[in-house]
Ligand binder design. Structure first.
Ligand code: ATP
Ligand code: MG
Length: 554
């Protein structure tokens, strides 16, 4: 919750008070094996926020110790996301693979201390010897190898004398430990693989649990914040920094991951959606990667607000996507101009308005924020209105256009519907109305009230543009996965409307420009598909929500 201090702050306060550290240094350590999602945004903003709060430093570090999965494409996208979120790492951009030599030296140091040994057991045997929660582990027959022999064998591992899996280096800790992670974990393995950074310089690679604490220690990280699944690994983390005798050992603190209900974040699923061309890339606006949210029109501020609202806790939970939508609406409410766009147009002809005449009407850009100023919009005899703002036979409580009813055209005049024209299939093609010149907006007219106000655009001057409406990519009513483990896709996740008509001023929208289209939602000009003079607008979020913020979260 905003206002009160969360448990990580409490822990850091204690560390500073007790003189454990005299400063704070945090980091964000992604593996470059996919695009970041909103869960990562939480981790980024938490780590960065703590550094700022305590006047400390925040490092950006790629945890690229695993040669099998990394891709430079992801390095670029991750950096773009972190920068966009505003987490400033200044010149501290690091790659864990730059520390391979240091990690190797740490391993040799442990061998010399009698704290690590080369083991010849196969992966399967190591697993069997390790035991499980109910069965204690058994010592490897190689556990008591003399230091000299371990040094020689480890050197030979490094020199490429062994095949993958033939020998490993293990930490010598405690095969009887109640924590299975402490039962002589493997810390180095042989892998004859090229690494994207170090090429073929190494054929041995450190395991994550050994590498990560060293990376933190080398960089002088004080608080190594990670997610809950690493809680059981903390004793090993502490063992590594202690036995490697780092002067100022970092401290690991775990917090709960952030999940969004009914949102896919798994790299495996997103990769498949991209490969199957269900989406048009990792940043398809229907996804919840940070790149996708950015493309959709989310602002860094809205994501920060969201992360603040969710808070930091130790209990895993899942947050409604509606909360994220609430945050973007709040952020755009006063910032974005409110314009008129007709998504599903039908013509409205005002029969008593002079033919060929155009008048310019003044409209405020944002009724709640006068600072955004005013604009002029053309008005004439032929307009476009939303098809569903007219009904020939209206149901009860329908206050928009129907024969005999009067409505207000936003920022313009009152019009009274006189009827419609239809095609052979019975579809309405033109709606007819008459206007009352005395009711001009801004004229001070107070003669009578109308119950409905509708938006419109001038038919002659409006621009035809494409708008896209989005829904969740998965069908929430069915759950994310079907019985076979495949995604339950929502066939209506994308609606493309090619014949939308918008105010002429919107034709100049540039990528990432955001607007409220009155009554229709917030829209953002798509960076991929907009062209100069021909923007494509995607809906960020609707104006109203069925979601209510749980009490106590504001
Ligand atoms: P992988 O399955 O590949 O490990 P990952 O999502 O854990 O995927 P990392 O690159 O390891 O990706 O994550 C980088 C950082 O982001 C880690 O510190 C991790 O704890 C944090 N993180 C990952 N997912 C979430 C989440 N859902 N909520 C909060 N933090 C997360
Ligand atoms: Mg991970």
């Amino acid at each position: 919750m905003e206002g009160s201090r969360h448990f990580i702050e409490v822990e850091i306060d204690k560390d500073l008070e007790n003189g454990v550290y005299d400063h704070v240094c945090t980091r964000f350590p992604p593996e470059p094996n996919g695009y970041l999602h909103v869960g990562h945004a939480k981790s980024i903003l938490l780590n960065y926020g703590l550094a700022v709060e305590y006047g400390g430093k925040f490092n950006m570090r790629f945890d690229d110790t695993n040669p099998t999965k990394e891709k430079t494409e992801f390095v670029e996208s991750i950096l773009a996301d972190v920068r966009w979120l505003g987490a400033d790492f200044e010149d501290r951009l690091y790659f864990a693979s730059d520390y391979f030599q240091k990690m190797y030296e740490c391993a040799v140091f442990l061998i010399k201390k009698g704290k690590a040994y080369v083991c010849d057991l196969s992966a399967q045997e190591i697993k069997e010897y390790r035991g499980d929660y109910n069965t204690p582990g058994r010592d490897s027959p190689y556990r008591d190898r003399p230091v000299e022999e371990n040094l020689r064998l480890f050197q030979e591992m490094k020199d490429g004398k062994f095949a993958d899996g033939e020998r490993v280096l293990r930490a010598k800790i405690d095969m009887l430990s109640g924590n299975i992670n402490m039962r002589d974990p493997v810390i180095y393995r042989v892998a004859h693989m090229s690494h994207h950074n170090t090429g073929d310089a190494w054929c041995i690679y450190p395991m994550y649990d050994f590498a990560h604490p060293i990376e933190d220690a080398v960089e002088g990280i004080t608080h190594s914040i990670c997610t809950l699944e690493f809680e059981d690994h903390r004793p090993l983390y502490d063992w590594v920094v202690r036995e490697c005798e780092f002067a100022s050992p970092p401290r690991q603190i775990e917090f709960a991951k952030l999940y969004l209900t009914n949102v896919i974040t798994g790299k495996r699923y997103i990769k498949k959606l991209v490969e199957d061309a269900v989406v048009d890339g990792w940043d398809d606006p229907r996804l919840a990667s940070i790149a996708a949210l950015r493309r959709r029109g989310y602002t860094p501020e809205s994501i920060r607000k969201f992360v603040d609202m969710v808070g930091v806790s130790k209990a895993n939970s899942s947050v409604d996507y509606g909360m994220l939508e609430y945050c973007i609406r709040e952020d755009l409410k006063l910032k974005s101009p409110r314009m008129m766009a007709v998504l599903d147009p039908v013509k409205l002809v005002i029969d008593n308005y002079p033919e060929g005449q155009t008048e310019m009407l003044e409209a405020p850009n944002n009724l709640e924020n006068a600072e955004l100023g005013v604009r002029s919009i053309p008005f004439g005899r032929e307009l476009y209105i939303e098809r569903d703002d007219f009904m020939e036979e209206p149901p009860k409580k329908y206050f928009r256009l129907f024969p005999g009813n009067e409505v207000r055209l936003m920022y313009a005049y009152f019009v009274t519907c006189t009827g419609c024209e239809k095609d052979a299939q019975g579809n309405v093609t033109v709606v007819h109305a008459t206007y009352d010149p005395a009711t001009k907006s801004g004229s001070g007219f107070e003669g009578r009230k109308v119950k409905g106000t509708i938006h419109w655009v001038d038919a002659k001057h409006a621009k035809q543009v494409e708008c896209r409406l989005y829904e969740n990519i998965v069908d929430e009513s069915k759950g994310i996965l079907d019985e076979e483990g495949a995604l339950n896709l929502n066939p209506r996740s994308l609606t493309v409307l090619k014949d939308c008509r918008v105010e002429p001023g919107l034709a100049n929208a540039r990528a990432y420009d955001r607007f409220q289209f009155v009554r229709n939602g917030y829209f953002c000009a798509d960076y991929k598909d907009s062209k100069p003079g021909a923007p494509v607008f995607g809906r960020i979020v609707e104006l109203k929500s069925s979601y209510t913020i749980p009490k106590g979260e504001l």
